[in-house]
Write a protein that binds this ligand. Structure first.
Ligand SMILES: [Zn+2]
Length: 496
């Protein structure tokens, strides 16, 4: 039970100032706040960090511990699951296999000026969880200040976290609290080469980052101030009401930016690139299209960052990574639009990406198709794209049936239950696209758009469950779509 009145007396003022962000109907709830003090040493490829997190217990339970994800440990030697599929090893590691990890130096609790050490353990299935035992439990709607000091060693890898020839990527690099689900507890997720094994709550971030002044920063959120100290730049960054925080550093960035209705869109390409204008333009068009089609983009910045990355692109709140090995401008356009669509499906409306990858991926992919349908100047034919998706999916089903004797085409399973990368891609992206296209053809454009907006408005700044997505489409369209969704998700539908 939440007692709001009680809250007003115990939570520090900064936490209770409600801020309403355009595009959302309701005030946002009280969020945890991460204060990160980070220093990157480019010679050793080590990031030293101090994280002071004001963790807010939004559950209905008394919590005696708090669990955090330690995603960087997936990059260590001997990790249970490889961070890339065998077929991508050569592409991901430019100089042979390389490893990184995160070391936790200390965990403390801060109450006023009083600081005391806390017991902690590196837990989870594969050293992927930091479990912190609290001195006193935290009641619902109370918060506790936990201070974690850590060091992240980067691998030489073209991945969310790691350094390549051009850019250093910092995605999922700090201890981030696991989502607590009533009845289930803290939701842990093991890293997997397929998909994005992430699930987090909205939070506020105040970040101080020190890095060599030869480098340029692309970051989630807004840079509030910049200064220099002994050969280092120090950036103060604010990112409010976002579900994660990421940044990239490079000595080779070439940036183009534009203010679009109060949003500063920045495209970070490389020195010598001749497609900065095209990339910025498609980013701008995507932002405008999704604002109109889905709902308002509530942040002051959007950074689109070219970088070394093994899988096309990667989304973070207000920052997307675009793989520098895109071969044509068409590839760049497609990836940029898909990743920007994730600002709505993942960034604003969140979901458990480990257990329900289809929710954000299928919607981001289908939203990308909707963009190209409207923007015919990019020469993507949506009918052709859906036809190809259907052909590819049927081919996948035929091959798997012939080779293995059976094929699992269900979409509602966790990342660990997809046996191969083609199985994941075909069930989540390809089949997901066909599912939403079939739905749109069934209920019509108007009702489809209404349902999409209804889903967005109901769960903006929150996490949604599969049942809530389905319920939104039922409400938005006026049709009972339960059977439709279930048959697609559980694999019983036959794609013709
Ligand atoms: Zn995606």
């Amino acid at each position: 039970m939440k007692n709001v009145k009680y809250l007003l007396f115990i939570v520090p003022f900064v936490l209770i100032v409600p801020f309403i962000i355009m595009g959302c109907k309701e005030e946002t709830p009280i969020l945890s706040t991460y204060n990160l003090d980070l220093e990157y040493d480019s010679a050793s490829h080590i990031l030293s960090g101090r994280e002071e997190v004001e963790y807010f217990n939004s559950s209905d339970n008394l919590l005696s511990e708090v669990k955090f994800h330690l995603y960087p440990n997936a990059f260590r030697e001997g990790a249970k699951n490889k961070v890339v599929a065998v077929s991508n090893v050569d592409k991901a590691y430019p100089n042979g296999e390389s490893y990184g990890d995160i070391k936790i130096d200390s965990v403390e609790e801060k109450r006023g000026e009083e600081v005391s050490a806390l017991e902690f353990s590196i837990a989870g299935e594969d050293e992927n969880i930091l479990s912190v035992k609290l001195k006193n439990g935290i009641y619902p709607d109370e918060s506790v200040k936990i201070v974690i000091t850590f060091k992240v060693k980067l691998a030489n890898i073209h991945h969310r976290l790691g350094y390549g020839e051009n850019v250093v990527n910092f995605g999922n690099f700090y201890p981030i609290a696991c989502v607590y689900e009533d009845g289930k507890g803290f939701m842990e997720a093991l890293y997997h080469s397929n998909g994005d094994p992430f699930y987090s709550d909205m939070a506020n971030y105040n970040v101080r980052l020190s890095y060599p002044n030869s480098m340029t920063l692309a970051t989630s959120g807004e840079t509030i101030s910049e200064s220099e100290n002994e050969g280092n730049k120090i950036s103060q960054i604010s990112a409010l009401n976002v579900r994660d925080f990421a940044f990239c550093l490079s000595e080779n960035f070439n940036k183009l930016e534009k203010d679009v209705d109060g949003v500063k869109i920045q495209y970070f390409g490389y020195q010598g690139d001749d497609n900065l204008t095209e990339c910025l333009e498609v980013s701008e068009k995507a932002l405008k299209f999704f604002e109109e089609k889905i709902g308002a983009y509530p942040y002051p910045t959007l950074s689109v960052v070219k970088t070394g990355f093994v899988h096309g692109g990667m989304e973070y709140p207000t920052l997307v990574m675009i793989a520098d090995d895109c071969q044509t401008q068409e590839d760049f356009n497609y990836v940029i639009v898909h990743e920007i669509a994730h600002q709505w499906w993942y960034g604003l409306v969140g979901n458990d990406e480990y257990n329900n990858a289809w929710m954000d991926e299928s919607l981001a992919e289908y939203s990308t198709l909707l963009f190209f349908e409207k923007h015919s100047e990019y020469n993507f034919d949506i009918d052709e794209l859906v036809k190809n998706a259907t052909k590819n999916f049927k081919f996948f089903v035929d091959v798997y049936t012939n080779v293995l004797g059976e094929v699992d085409t269900s979409m509602n399973r966790s990342l660990k239950d997809f046996q191969t990368e083609p199985e994941y891609v075909n069930c989540i992206y390809t089949k997901g696209t066909i599912m939403f296209h079939t739905l749109r053809e069934t209920i019509g454009d108007k009702k489809f758009e209404k349902a999409l907006k209804s889903y967005f408005n109901s769960y903006c700044f929150k996490n949604a469950s599969p049942a809530q997505l389905i319920e939104s489409f039922i409400r938005g369209s006026g049709y009972n779509l339960e059977g439709f969704f279930n048959s697609w998700l559980n694999g019983s539908v036959v794609v013709m």
